[in-house]
Design a protein around this ligand. Structure first.
Ligand SMILES: C[S@@+](CC[C@H](N)C(=O)[O-])C[C@H]1O[C@@H](n2cnc3c(N)ncnc32)[C@H](O)[C@@H]1O
Length: 159
């Protein structure tokens, strides 16, 4: 099983880099993990609505270029569906069982994901109604994917 995480912008903070590297290492026991960072667009505070759309579209095109036709795409969206860790585990398990060998998680930039990326997404996953910085989201997502594999293997994890 291959898990790809596409995110917008470079990971800068050292503490996040360390945390993410730790979960990528742990996940290596269960799946092949690929991290793809696509360049972000400058998004100053004073952008018009049209310019904000343009930023999302440019970033979205870069994301879409990294997605294959057969990939199962899970987009991270605040307005997506909120599920439990066990439900995420079951989703990943079913995708593996039914032959989806590649799951692609997509995390948007500071303005979020373009309409086109949302349309390409097979499933929109929300981690709550709160807004998280995309870099923090990457760490939280990796922890939950790791937890999902532990659950699926019947291995102990912190409740
Ligand atoms: C800073 S947020 C973007 C906020 C933007 N205003 C929006 O509504 O999408 C950056 C990215 O992190 C992810 N994200 C942030 N909070 C999230 C949450 N509660 N659930 C799922 N994804 C989230 C999304 O992929 C989002 O595109």
């Amino acid at each position: 099983m291959k898990i790809t995480i596409i995110s917008v912008g470079k990971l800068k903070e050292k503490y996040l880099k360390q945390g993410i590297a730790e979960y990528v290492k742990r996940l290596g026991a269960y799946a092949k993990i690929e991290e793809i960072e696509v360049p972000d667009e400058k998004a100053p505070e004073n952008l018009s609505a049209a310019d904000m759309e343009l930023v999302k579209q440019k970033e979205g095109d870069r994301i879409l270029a990294k997605i294959g036709a057969d990939d199962y795409v899970i987009s991270l969206e605040i307005k997506g569906e909120m599920i439990t860790s066990e439900q995420l585990a079951s989703k990943i398990d079913k995708l593996t069982t039914y032959g989806n060998s590649k799951i692609v998680f997509v995390i948007g930039g500071s303005l979020g994901l373009s309409y086109e990326v949302q349309q390409r997404s097979n499933y929109a996953l929300s981690f709550s109604k709160m807004t998280f910085p995309h870099q923090v989201m990457r760490l939280v997502l990796l922890e939950q994917v790791y937890r999902a594999f532990r659950i699926n293997r019947g291995e102990p994890y912190h409740k």
